[in-house]
Ligand binder design. Sequence first.
Ligand code: SF4
Length: 447
Amino acid sequence: MALSGVEIFKLLPKTNCKKCGQPTCLAFAMKLAQRQATLDACPDVSEEAKKILGEASAPPVRPITFGSGDKAVKMGEETVLFRHDKKFVNPCAFALEIKDTLSEDEIGKLCGQVMSSEIDRVGQKLRIDAIALSNVSSDAGKFEAAAKVIAAKAAGVPVIISTENPQAAEAAAKLFAGQKPIIYGVNSSNAEAMANVAKAHKASLGVYAQGLEELSALTEKVKALGIEDMVIDSGARRAKDVIESNTLIRRAAVKKNFKPLGYPVINFMQREDSLHEALVAIAGITKYASIIVLSSVEKWKNLVLFTLRQNVYTDPQVPMQVEQKIYKIGEPAPEAPLFITTNFSLTYFIVSGEIENSRVPCRLAVMDSEGLSVLTAWAAGKFTASKIAQFIQESGIENEVSHKELIIPGYVAILSGAIEDKLPGWKITVGPREANAIPAFLKTRAA
Ligand code: SF4
């Protein structure tokens, strides 16, 4: 059971030394109770207290690493129901289902789709994270053969070995030794044999039951067999059931510290219609799924799901921002155009992307606006004429360029006169309002 702030306080040194960053031990205890701090921040806590508090302060959703190397996926560790309370910790993983009834060529092609799925968005690499090999044939030999193709064609990609047959699981798990696969398909009748396979191959288990009661009993049983690392499936498949079941699981784990449901959730979204599948997956992303298994990974769908996942798993209290500096796009000569914008990541990546598209080498002055976009920063007084002038003067850009022309975003055209007043000798040019008009804008200037 979770301890209250006062119960935790009784176990702390009570010296109010502030080494944990809190003004008092009581304040630290309250933070611990709300899971807004971790025990290791107090260097003086006794071993006995550590033991008692360790369990109480462990994240309510067990952390699990799936796969190995640079493609390893971290799951769980979540502590809240809502991202405005605290950032969600580990983004859900997307897995493509590959059926063992497919031909070697077809399996190879799907592996290729996973391997080439990575895109770069606002500086982050996003991709289909895993493959879920499914024993649709119920034939252990076919399953092993399909696993061999995946091991060869999608080396390093984390794998979910999906079968209810312990022999088939064993044969496939051997091929992914040291790669921490998930063996999915554990039920009340095969739990013991599957636990043995998982122990032998250092795999996690994917536990499946119909409903939360049966699921809780099963995770307890698997835990008693010596397996701690599990992902859980309540059997929910319809969007409504996924939302309901995932919410009940997260609530039980976070609010009640109910350990039998304190594991990452795996959801199977497969639909024949890809748009329908994307919509159900969206329900899973927004409501607590840790792994989402898809039946296809078209580029349009990836873009939708990657973008949503990225947005849900960023910290809403910390705007995404890039470093304040003068960025060179291409190899700009001293006479190359100089733009200015704010340091909100999305703004920076969109503006720099459009300048790149124009193929005109430029400089882009990115000013610290605490991660706000142009209009918001202007309204908040963080992108004003005097601040822009100060930034340009202090940046030393005058020594790099052979002109004194600064192109400002069209949305803040109103600032042009004031900037010219504060930056004597500079010409302020009003650029386009929208970044996608930058290539045409640059073309017109060059003509
Ligand atoms: S570091 Fe430990 S002893 Fe010091 S104030 Fe924080 S909780 Fe109390």
